[in-house]
Ligand binder design. Structure first.
Ligand code: BGC
Length: 460
């Protein structure tokens, strides 16, 4: 008996050792890769920056949003910060469009904020509509093609109060807003993203509690509202289909390209004991959504909450392009997010991992839809890794285009300038331009300047 326990224990340790020393994820030999040879045909592709209205304009400019209410709560934002005017894109957009032009951008992904357009239920604000006409016209005048996101994590407080995306019967309000915006802008805007990142939105709101509606951490750091998260995710999938079908039937619907945006965020466990939590995170962020794109069926099964909803069997007929947001892949190690020893962390909980970007493009290419990289960037307050990040990720993208003809139509760097990074406030610095939040001056970071070499217009 004793012997067999000893043997079993040895076997257990041996197997743990084997699993915990599995080869690290795919790693390219960067020392022998020359990223300076990468050139894109900027006459055929869109290159620019991605912005989100709340992150750039803050609670002061968007007082009727759920976030303006949310961020006032003690503990909602790190260091007790609030967004204020953020970087005040609302007023400084002309300056910022010039900055885009200086970088060589020919496109910009921006969001039109629902709470600005419809501050009270059913009451549409014509001055906000005019504001967005001014922004979009200024872009067009500079040769910058707009791509518009209709929901980037923020909605009006009145919509939050009625349960937001938790209730299927509320989707009609989102559709009505999208139809309204499309009726105003579809003659000028042809690229649309109805919803930014459904996975992180549901996860942050209902599992971690870093986003509205309920401040998180009830048990072991998690709210464990997997049921509500699943409900919301399913409703967001449904919302995409409803919006797509509604907009396509409208004037200019045939000219519009309406994309499905997804943050491809994989999680891996470093050691065998890290794997179960990695699997749960990967599942909610990524797997469920990829399965939905394959089948049109939303199948959710997490911690005893099970749901199967047939959303739309022919889902790919409701997607003109895939909008890929890619930052990295998270390695969970000892309950914390870390990286392999040869890798370099960003300021977020993940490393620089361009190989994962290549793999994500490859995976999404299975859907045979054009792909826009709708977000890609690094939080790097010291600006000592940004240049490496930009060069490696753009190299990975060009390699995907070369190796398997990835149909990439555009690339948007996140972000033009430092902004309000949700629960982290102003802690994280994603900007190509550094923002002094006292004076609102913008200064190009040395590590960002190299992006011009990729964005520069080629001779026609
Ligand atoms: C979001 C942005 C966010 C960025 C960096 C993306 O998931 O769409 O709003 O700022 O990641 O964390």
């Amino acid at each position: 008996m004793k012997l067999s326990i000893t043997i079993n224990k040895s076997l257990l340790f041996l197997s743990l050792f084997i699993v915990s020393t599995l080869p690290a994820r795919d790693a390219w030999d960067w020392k022998n890769i020359d990223t300076s040879t990468v050139v894109f045909d900027t006459n055929k592709m869109l290159f620019g920056v991605a912005l989100a209205e709340y992150q750039n304009s803050g609670a002061t400019n968007l007082p009727n949003s759920n976030w303006a209410h949310w961020e006032k709560q003690p503990g909602a934002i790190e260091n007790g910060q609030t967004s204020g005017v953020a970087c005040d894109f609302w007023h400084l957009y002309k300056t910022d469009i010039n900055l885009m032009k200086d970088l060589g951008c020919n496109s910009c992904r921006l969001s039109i904020d629902w709470s600005a357009i419809e501050p009270q239920e059913g009451k549409f604000d014509e001055s906000a509509v005019q504001h967005y006409h001014d922004v979009i016209d200024s872009m067009l005048a500079k040769g910058i093609t707009p791509m518009v996101t209709l929901h980037h994590f923020v909605h009006p407080q009145w919509f939050e109060a009625m349960g937001a995306f938790e209730k299927q019967e509320n989707l009609k309000f989102f559709v009505r807003f999208c139809v309204f915006v499309f009726s105003k802008f579809s003659s000028k805007v042809h690229l649309w993203c109805p919803i930014n990142e459904s996975g992180p939105l549901a996860f942050q709101s209902y599992i971690i509690g870093h986003f509205p509606p309920t401040l998180g951490y009830t048990h072991l750091g998690f709210k464990f509202s997997f049921g509500t998260a699943g409900q919301v995710l399913g409703n967001l999938m449904k919302a995409h289909v409803l919006v797509y079908n509604a907009l396509k039937q409208m004037p200019n619907g045939d000219k519009a390209q309406i994309g499905f945006n997804h943050q491809y965020l994989n999680f891996e466990g470093y050691n065998v004991w890290d794997k179960p939590i990695a699997t749960v995170f990967r599942y909610t962020f990524n797997t469920v959504i990829l399965e939905f794109l394959k089948t049109g069926i939303f199948r959710y099964d997490a911690y005893g909450f099970k749901a199967t909803r047939i959303i739309y069997k022919d889902i790919l007929s409701c997607i003109d392009f895939i909008g890929l947001n890619y930052y990295s892949e998270v390695i969970i190690r000892g309950g914390d997010a870390r990286c392999y020893d040869h890798e370099v962390m960003t300021d977020m909980q993940y490393a620089i991992y361009a190989e994962g970007f290549y793999a994500a493009i490859k995976d999404l290419s299975q859907f045979k839809k054009p792909i826009y990289i709708t977000e890609n960037g690094i939080g790097d307050a010291k600006d000592d890794r940004r240049e490496t990040f930009i060069k490696r990720y753009l190299y990975a993208m060009s390699r995907a285009m070369h190796d398997f003809n990835a149909d990439i139509k555009g690339y948007y760097y996140w972000s033009l300038m430092d902004n309000f990074e949700w629960e982290h406030g102003r802690l994280h610095k994603f900007g190509l331009y550094e923002v002094n939040f006292d004076t609102l001056t913008r200064t190009l970071r040395p590590g960002a300047a190299c992006i011009k070499q990729f964005f520069k217009p080629l001779p026609a």
